[in-house]
Design a protein around this ligand. Structure first.
Ligand SMILES: [Zn+2]
Length: 685
């Protein structure tokens, strides 16, 4: 306290001026602030003081930080289109290197490090170990898993000098499976949970939305390995709990700040999956949330109860939407349209299977439900698959599966089949009717065989009892305003409400997919007990895996978007946990005594400064001093708003006149999610 009445007026920022200050009783360094309360790891306080700098030396002086900020007028129109990107550029958080590739400036890196620290804390909490796998991977394992081919143009591929193939990793399932398989032989070494926070790569066709869809990005990816499915599910739930805590800590536990939605397992595979979404109208995902229960799902997976109102449901073929599909990657598929090659391939091919999906005209077809029903990858039927001669098309199938949506049950089955036949005919642009002008029938699309009828050989379609398969189910995509199927199952009424959201995380229960693909596993308990080398080598069982991603650049982009919406064009209003600095003190060298008092209050009298916790002192390196004296106080205040410091302390005119400091709070962490913005004058004595 002996320092509180100092009237020193030397400029800031030069340690030479500190030499003639009183010395701290703990570390004997010259100090404006006593820091005898700091605890060091070592008992030898003098030695420890050399390792850990005292708090007043840990505060960051913005005059020394690379912090290029600029005003709104200097922002190009294309960048200004996305408010959060505009603020990230203006506030000196990031710079674009090329399309979808960004440099993080010190201010942006601080936010990323804060996100990473919270993630790391929660990952450690569930017993996961951090490691780092290479970004540059050999193609060998990716051939084995089939993803070298299936990931197509999304993968950045490159060649080494000897011609060997490499990729820039977008994810590490193959690599981590091999790594763990090499080290883990017995069930006693399980479970294993490993994660990394590294840069990942994806060749986005259209990088957009600032940091939200980029070609290079930071991601946390966690992989769990368990001995059986039950334990893998336990791990999955454990990680879901950690994800909830991470997002609550990042966004504040405001109701509705984020949501977990059931999701499609897509190309990664597996049988259980959730997406973690932050609602934002710029989001690319559509989420359907129930107004009554906790049900939330991505629109592609959401299920709704069929409508019952006869006035909106189809009653005839005119009210139906029909879409036609065939097996994906057909040799005469989309790429060979109308060419001689397509004709050649189609001519040599046996008749094919057709899937027809029928939904009400005002609904869309759910690709996920279609894929589940077909249990195969399908693609839209293309006329080139049915080219009989160059320029001529005629479809012929050995089996037609008609998947009819439950909302079409009022339409006669025959009428549904006729609608499918009309759909095929329209696609091939030819008349398949038995007589000119007659409507086609599904039977017309089966290969003709000769049959003896009324003592004469005639052509009839070759069909068996199972040639046309009709099934009813939910094949429409759920939409805004539909009835919630979870509520309906319990006799309640709930309505699905659609909203746009940004996906920031995804969890997958993978099962044995990658262990099977790479043919690896461990010795189970039973074989281990038998202690027989022969039986154990024969009885290796696959690992039950889970993989869990959390996009850190995406989180920065999505929360920036949210913070920009809250703060308007003036700047960000970050959640406290993510603000680059908790406190910014705007001061000039002429008010050094005021600065000393503010620092003293921040570090040693928690709660003295309005807006700071009364329980915990502010962490020293979370305090910035804006000592850029070449800029006016009002310009520095503008920058403080732009960057989004939750607490700004101005030591200016009020200090000189009345020994008061001005405290400005811009805070997003109030209960209802609205921002608090207030200015108070406080006396520190
Ligand atoms: Zn519901």
């Amino acid at each position: 306290m002996f320092l509180l009445h100092s009237t020193r007026t030397k400029p800031l920022g030069d340690s030479a001026h500190l030499v003639d200050l009183p010395r701290c009783v703990t570390c004997r360094r010259p100090s404006r602030v006593p820091h005898s309360t700091i605890r060091f790891a070592s008992a030898d306080s003098k030695a420890a003081a050399l390792i850990e700098r005292p708090p007043h030396e840990q505060v960051v002086r913005l005059s020394r930080l690379f912090l290029p900020t600029f005003n709104a007028e200097s922002l190009s129109t294309s960048k200004a289109a996305l408010p959060s990107l505009g603020l990230l550029l203006r506030g000196g958080f990031a710079r674009q290197s090329s399309a979808g590739i960004y440099t993080l400036l010190p201010m942006g890196l601080r936010v990323v490090q804060k996100i990473s620290a919270i993630i790391e804390d929660e990952m450690n909490g569930i017993g996961a170990s951090r490691l780092e796998m290479p970004t540059l991977l050999s193609s060998a394992l990716w051939y084995k898993s089939g993803r070298w081919k299936s990931m197509g143009s999304e993968l950045f591929r490159l060649k080494g000098r000897g011609g060997s193939e490499y990729l820039l990793a977008p994810t590490h399932e193959e690599e981590v499976t091999r790594l763990v398989a090499d080290e883990v032989q017995s069930h006693r070494q399980l479970p294993v949970k490993v994660y990394q926070i590294t840069r990942k790569y994806r060749d986005e066709p259209r990088p957009r939305s600032g940091l939200m869809r980029t070609r290079e990005f930071y991601m946390k990816d966690l992989y769990t390995f368990d001995a059986d499915e039950a334990r893998a599910r336990e791990s999955y739930e454990q990680v879901r709990g950690a994800y909830s805590r991470i997002l609550d800590r990042l966004l504040g536990a405001n109701h509705g700040a984020w949501l977990a939605a059931a999701a499609d397992t897509g190309a990664i595979g597996g049988d259980l999956s959730h997406e973690y979404q932050i609602e934002d109208e710029l989001g690319e995902d559509t989420i359907l949330k129930c107004s009554t229960c906790a049900h939330a799902a991505n629109q592609e997976l959401a299920q709704s109860s069929p409508r019952h109102d006869p006035s909106v449901l189809p009653i005839s073929a005119q009210d139906l939407r029909v879409e036609l599909y065939e097996l994906a990657n057909d040799p005469a598929g989309l790429n060979a349209a109308d060419s001689d090659a397509a004709f050649q391939i189609a001519a040599e091919r046996s008749p094919a299977r057709l899937w027809a999906v029928v939904v009400p005209r005002d609904r869309s077809i759910s690709p996920v439900q279609l894929r589940k029903a077909a249990a195969q990858d399908l693609q839209p039927l293309h006329k080139s698959s049915h080219c009989t001669q160059p320029g001529q098309f005629s479809a012929s199938f050995d089996k037609v599966t008609v998947l009819t949506d439950a909302e079409c049950s009022a339409v006669e089955a025959q009428e549904v089949c006729d609608a499918v036949a009309a759909g095929i005919s329209a696609l091939l642009n030819e008349d398949h009717g038995t007589s000119a002008g007659a409507a086609p029938s599904l039977e017309d699309f089966f290969p003709p065989v000769q049959s003896l009828q009324a003592s004469a050989l005639v052509d009839v379609p070759f069909m068996t009892e199972s040639s046309i398969e009709l099934s009813y189910g939910n094949y429409r995509e759920a939409a805004d305003g539909d009835a919630c199927s979870s509520c309906a199952a319990q006799g309640r009424a709930g309505t699905l409400v659609a909203s746009k959201a940004i996906e920031v995380g995804h969890t997958f229960l993978l099962g044995a997919k990658y262990s099977d693909a790479l043919q690896v596993g461990f010795t189970p308990a039973a074989a281990d007990a038998a202690n027989s080398p022969a039986s154990s080598s024969q009885r290796r069982v696959p690992f039950q895996m889970g993989c869990y991603g959390l996009g850190i650049s995406r989180l920065l982009g999505a929360i920036a978007q949210r913070s920009a919406t809250l703060g308007g064009q003036h700047g960000f209003v970050w959640p406290r946990s993510m603000a680059p600095f908790q406190v910014c003190i705007i001061a000039n060298g002429s008010n050094a005594d005021g600065l000393a008092q503010v620092l003293q209050a921040l570090f040693h009298r928690p709660g003295k400064v309005t807006g700071c916790s009364s329980d915990h002192p502010v962490v020293a390196n979370d305090v910035a001093i804006d000592d850029r004296e070449e800029l006016s106080i009002s310009r520095r205040l503008k920058d403080a708003n732009l960057i989004g410091f939750p607490v700004v302390v101005v030591i200016g005119k009020a200090w000189r006149e009345k020994r008061h400091v001005e405290v400005i709070i811009r805070d997003a962490q109030s209960v209802d999610g609205t921002i608090k913005c207030e200015t108070t004058l406080i006396a520190l004595d």
